[in-house]
Design a protein. Structure first.
Lengths: 107, 119
């Protein structure tokens, strides 16, 4: 099975900072990559699909890039409401594996 | 509006089974696959399996093969996830999630059902 590895596992940044989270697949998955945001005590929310397409209603400060095995999620200007854990996920075929998550905090 | 509504929390003894419903509304039930994802306390998201509500076909994560069964009832637009031989490590929030068609990923999620396994 393809493994999904995120880095870092946690990070702390200041409001207004540009934040980047990386996700690596152990084999190529083309662009079948989604990103989710999960705020504490809440249900996961789809942010980005097809590696770089913003889900409807998601703020434009979020962006995604990559193809094949290496992907990034970027928050252009960090806001206090972005405190959450972020997960990547492959969805080209089963198993639809998630990365282990990146916990983002405000410094 | 699209909704996936799950049942309330459950407490089960080790060795028992749990069956969690997920009732869909606001879209054509048979047009979207439904996935099950679980999250143990303080842990990440774990994909369990998928069901095609149209024909009922399923695919399960290897970890749960033999213990999980996903079914659907098209008359009530409900999918079910049953997990048997429960152990303490199965204590988690269980989510159903709709697979996107025009989009990828899981575009709508149920509110989650906490299953606690304890003697």
């Amino acid at each position: 099975d393809i493994q999904m590895t995120q880095s870092p596992s946690s990070l702390s940044a200041s409001v207004g900072d540009r934040v980047t989270i990386t996700c690596r697949a152990s084999q190529g998955i083309s662009n079948y990559l989604a990103w989710y945001q999960q705020k504490p005590g809440k249900v996961p929310k789809l942010l980005i699909y097809a590696a770089s397409t913003l889900q409807s209603g998601v703020p434009s400060r979020f962006s995604g890039s990559g193809s094949g095995t290496d992907f990034t999620l970027t928050i252009g200007s960090l806001q206090p409401e972005d405190v959450a854990t972020y997960y990547c996920q492959k969805y080209n075929n089963a198993p639809y594996t998630f990365g282990q998550g990146t916990k983002l905090e405000i410094k | 509006q699209v909704q996936l509504v799950q049942s309330g929390a459950e407490v089960k003894k080790p060795g028992a089974s749990v069956k969690v419903p997920c009732k869909a509304s606001g879209y054509t039930f048979i047009s979207h696959y439904v996935h099950w994802v679980r999250q143990a306390p303080g842990q990440g998201l774990e994909w369990m399996g998928i069901i095609n509500p149209s024909g009922g076909s399923t695919s399960y994560a290897q970890k749960f093969q033999g213990r999980v069964t996903m079914t659907r009832d098209t008359s009530t637009s409900t999918v079910y996830m049953e997990l048997s031989s429960l152990r303490s490590e199965d204590t988690a929030v269980y989510y159903c999630a709709r697979g996107g068609r025009a989009t990828g990923g899981f575009d709508y999620w149920g509110q989650g059902t906490l299953v606690t396994v304890s003697s």
